[in-house]
Design a protein around this ligand. Structure first.
Ligand SMILES: Cc1cc2nc3c(=O)[nH]c(=O)nc-3n(C[C@H](O)[C@H](O)[C@H](O)COP(=O)(O)OP(=O)(O)OC[C@H]3O[C@@H](n4cnc5c(N)ncnc54)[C@H](O)[C@@H]3O)c2cc1C
Length: 474
């Protein structure tokens, strides 16, 4: 029923909407974090609903065409375990990686990104979710939270059927933007320019007609070897000097080899985009598509082996690196990272440089990025930082967890552990925590973390900490 206008800038209304069936767990967002959370919780017996705004699982890795996992090894051994390891092994068996990916990418190469075919990943995640008994609700957006006495009691979903109220005992926010946490009134940090250095966004794209066998090119263009890095920078600088690009962006993250003739491109920063503004996102999509064509023409004209390149598609969603994060029970900070700190309640360990992209096109920012990436913020061989449970718990939360991009860390650490490989591990941890909470009645903010760590180990997580603790790191 609509109500009269409360003011010229506000409109209030109330409606009665149908109540759907109840669940043990509702997961909002089916990216890496949400998919792992839902599958792992369902495998542990929770009646689980996974709500996803798009039409597939995988988030940035599929819808966003970010077709490369951040490193999964510390240079000596595979660091990821549990669900993420199972996913890697399945992708390896099914040949879902780029054709040049060898076992060493997974088992023992330092700072090695792992390219994959996004379409294949979609189907593997479908299979995992269906086999686990997760109820999937695609094209469905979570738009409101019902909080009573400090607990989230239910959420409002919007889809082709209209609005629905869904009750659950526990909730996971894996929306990337901390959308549910914010709606539930959890304290959040909005990461925008002037308050913190906001990482720029990128609209990723897909290309055909690539000549990966051209000797001048090699297997990827990430600049892993110094000679290629120099060539890449030289070519970009030449094109910029020629006035080829709209903006003089010196940093092009990567062209990933995902097939014998295909590639996914992570290039074209959309600076100063506000990921929490639909207008800014819309403007960003228009600009991103324009940049994709500029990169197509750049490759055709300046890069060996690319004369026949074709732009097959840009992603249907903006590649947002950072937007809103929760204020958690603990914030993982850069000193923890540089000290390679391990925690009794860690639910994963990880090794990836702090990949905080330049925030503008200045040379100073580009050089700052390179210094961090290759220097003090690179953990090095055989090392890792622990990801404690407490960065996934909004302060004082009873029955809501977050996982993935919207966890609690500072900007630099976020630049490392926002990677898909880490997001899958966080997802498994909160799905497991929700199952523990449903069984024991323990609130999220006071969960027995020793039990959680032991359960995660039982399910294959690699958690090398010697000392465990019953309470989380604060
Ligand atoms: C351009 C770019 C390049 C990157 N490069 C790499 C890389 O090379 N390797 C790597 O490992 N990582 C990379 N990352 C980081 C990584 O992709 C993300 O940080 C990671 O996917 C985060 O996982 P997530 O599950 O938290 O969120 P996402 O992958 O963003 O998934 C969130 C999901 O939630 C859904 N959603 C959002 N709001 C709602 C709502 N209200 N209701 C329902 N559903 C909702 C979205 O549709 C989406 O599917 C990159 C990121 C970007 C943007």
């Amino acid at each position: 029923m609509t109500q009269p206008m409360t003011s010229p800038s506000e409109y209030s209304f109330s409606r009665t909407i149908p109540v759907d069936e109840s669940y043990d767990l509702v997961v909002a967002g089916g990216g890496p974090a949400g998919t792992a959370a839902a599958v792992c919780a369902a495998r542990l017996g929770l009646k689980t609903l996974l709500v996803e705004a798009s039409g597939c699982l995988g988030g940035m890795g599929t819808s966003g065409l970010v077709a490369s996992f951040g490193p999964v090894s510390d240079g000596e051994r595979m660091l990821v375990g549990g669900f993420m390891k199972e996913l890697l092994e399945t992708m390896w068996r099914q040949k879902a990686f780029g054709p040049h990916v060898v076992r060493e990418f997974l088992d023992g190469q330092l700072n090695r990104w792992v390219p994959f075919k996004p379409e294949h990943l979609k189907r593997i995640l479908d299979d995992f979710a269906v086999a686990a008994g997760v109820e999937l609700r695609f094209f469905t957006r979570l738009i409101e939270a019902d909080v009573q006495d400090g607990r989230v009691r239910g959420v409002v979903l919007s889809n082709v059927e209209g609005l629905r109220y869904v009750k659950a005992r526990t909730f996971v926010d894996a929306t990337g933007d901390a959308a549910l946490a914010a709606l539930a009134g959890a304290e959040c940090k909005v990461v925008l320019r002037d308050t913190d250095s906001v990482a720029p966004s990128t609209l990723c794209s897909l290309f055909g007609g690539m000549r990966w066998d051209d000797p001048a090119y090699g297997d990827d263009w990430r600049g892993i070897d110094a000679a290629k890095a120099r060539t890449k920078t030289e070519l970009l600088e030449r094109a910029i000097a020629d006035g080829h690009f709209t903006q003089a962006d010196l940093f092009m993250p990567g062209m990933n080899k995902i097939g014998e003739r295909t590639a996914s491109l992570n290039a074209g920063h959309v600076f100063n985009l506000n990921p929490l503004s639909s207008r800014s996102l819309s403007d960003g999509m228009v600009f991103g598509r324009k940049l994709a064509v500029e990169y197509l023409e750049f490759f055709r004209k300046y890069v060996p082996g690319c004369a026949d390149l074709e732009l097959l598609a840009t992603a249907p969603v903006m590649g947002v690196r950072d937007s809103r994060r929760i204020v958690g029970e603990f914030e993982l900070g850069i000193e923890d990272f540089r000290n390679r700190r391990q925690f009794p309640d860690q639910i994963a360990v990880y090794n990836r440089p702090t990949d905080v992209h330049p925030t503008d096109t200045s040379k100073a920012e580009y050089e700052r990025f390179l210094r961090d990436f290759d220097g003090k913020d690179n953990l090095g061989r055989g090392n890792s930082v622990g990801i404690p449970y407490s960065i996934l718990v909004p302060r004082g939360s009873q029955n809501l967890w977050v996982a993935g991009r919207c966890h609690s860390s500072d900007t630099k650490v976020h630049g490392s552990i926002r990677a898909q490989s880490a997001a899958y591990m966080m997802g498994q941890a909160v799905g497991t925590a929700a199952a523990q909470s449903v069984a024991s009645g323990e609130p999220a903010c006071d969960l027995d973390t020793q039990v959680l760590v032991e359960k995660l180990r039982e399910h294959g997580a690699y958690l090398p900490q010697k000392a465990l603790a019953r309470t989380m790191t604060r």
